[in-house]
Design a protein around this ligand. Sequence first.
Ligand SMILES: *Cc1c(COP(=O)(O)O)cnc(C)c1O
Length: 432
Amino acid sequence: MKYYSTNHKAERVSFREAVIKGLPEDNGLYMPEMITPLPPSFFEKLPDTSLAEIGYNVAQPFVGDDIPEQEMLAIIEDTLNFDIPVVKVEEGIYALELFHGPTLAFKDVGARFLARCLSYFSKNEQQKVTVLVATSGDTGSAVAHGFLGVPNVDVVILYPKGKVSTLQEQQLTTLGQNITALEINGTFDDCQRMVKSAFLDKSLNESVRLTSANSINMARLLPQSFYYFWAKAQLPGRDLVFSVPSGNYGNLTAGLLAKRLGLDIRAFVASSNINDVVPNYLATGDFKPTASRQTISNAMDVGSPSNFYRMLDLYNDEWKSIISDIKGYSFNDDQTRAAMKEVYDRTGYVLDPHGAVGYLGLKNYLKENDATGIFLETAHPAKFKDVVDEVVGNVEVPERLAKYMHEERKSVEMGSNFEELKEYLMVSLEKR
Ligand SMILES: *Cc1c(COP(=O)(O)O)cnc(C)c1O
């Protein structure tokens, strides 16, 4: 299987290269050149298939010979060593809870799979790989945990000083081992700029093997399609609609991939907060990226969603075909809080602000359509404790999150210029 760039100006590459490079040089996104539906026998057995088996069947054609069968099975089993339950919230509405991994957000799935693939690819290399990642919160901790203790890989995370939540900072800075957190005196944009400069710097790249754990890496997208099949396996025979609370549209794109692989899904709902460029595109046919606006569902504050170009590619740019599969709705913070409170009071289910946006989109869709609805619950409510406590009362913090609060923070503080980062990377390399 080869991967092409959505901009069609870069060379086709193998899965291995697509994962190591992350992004093609022409600034597009990698897409698999063939998406072949899985055989009827796979779907007949689906209700009796384990999550890891589903993962293997789905991923194998995309990975090909780049990772042998036994290794691939081990990677998938290790990636998905936590539960992804389908929980009934009310009649006809279910939550697909994706937050039972180590950092309590769905990003664990993609980050863990990517980490294990990269580790496999770098196993026989002489030189260590250094993963550089800028984070505004959730991505950094999922990537760090994904790579924790993985041999031959070092992770360097840049985060903006004073601009991540206390819990997020604890998650980033207390791991140790092969994870280093750099506390940057600047904004998230500064962190991102420094990382970009690092990838472009010739002398640095001659000394250090840098790689990115960017959210648009194929190895982060692919495993996110597994759980759509898994959800269907839990609710066989139903006409299913998935509502996906979206920011960069990776989760939704992974769902479209599942449908293209033959999974029977009636429709998708693109649920957004006020960062509504995709619902607007669905309504008008015009895609107008803008600056992002801050909301209580902050992991979805994206004004220029990168995976949108993969969605377009999947549908050959045909707006009419896109809108027959995807409906879009957006909601503001007041509506989100009201849904959290209403659902809690009526059913006892605690939504996090992101899941609440997904729930709202699903409710809108089901007003006019008869189907069984599933919304993706992308984060544990305790991760957004400030908002959740205010709306539904004191939410319990699970032990695996609470434990970080007692651990000692270790980070390296630095200014927001690239030269400082470069010097740090060169010096720490010499110490290995
Ligand atoms: C990243 C994130 C999202 C958005 O997912 P995309 O795949 O970028 O659309 C939604 N909810 C939470 C909690 C997230 O961390």
